[in-house]
Design a protein around this ligand. Structure first.
Ligand SMILES: [Zn+2]
Length: 141
């Protein structure tokens, strides 16, 4: 069995509506995403001979994920989240706020990214999303 991995990092802020504790405040993380592709055999011919997949094409798909999240503010598409978005967007700063159909926890983001990669055609087997250097979530199906 072969497992190849690729990694990106992005800086993103989030608001967790309904959370009690210091993380109830808007705050940000430097997220670290590690994507694994598992395969029993290598390509037998063509330009991918001897490879599971092309690191270059994996990297370009991960770049799309990075651009989607990097320097954005994540809120849930609910009453609280929409209020935060409206307040920020009323300011003249041109804030980039993403309203997502889930609470933007590390776990939900890991699942969302997994599905995003799958839809982009990557044969992803697992994603691990680090929210801090010591806290991460692994999602696989
Ligand atoms: Zn957080």
């Amino acid at each position: 069995m072969f497992v190849i991995k690729n990694e990106i990092q992005f800086d993103t802020a989030h608001f967790l509506s309904g959370y009690e504790g210091k993380c109830a405040n808007i705050h940000g993380h430097r997220y670290r995403l590690i994507v694994s592709i598992r395969c029993e055999t290598l390509h037998k011919d063509g330009h991918l001979r001897g490879m599971v997949d092309d690191f270059g094409s994996i990297k370009s798909i991960l770049k799309e994920v990075e651009l989607f999240f990097d320097h954005k503010m994540l809120v849930e598409d609910n009453e609280d989240g929409r209020k935060v978005k409206e307040s920020l967007c009323a300011l003249p700063n041109n804030f980039a706020v993403l309203c997502l159909p889930f609470r933007p926890t590390c776990e939900e983001m890991a699942r969302y990214i997994y599905k995003m990669l799958y839809q982009k055609g990557l044969a992803v087997s697992e994603v691990e999303l680090f929210e801090t250097p010591t806290n991460s979530c692994i999602y696989f199906e």
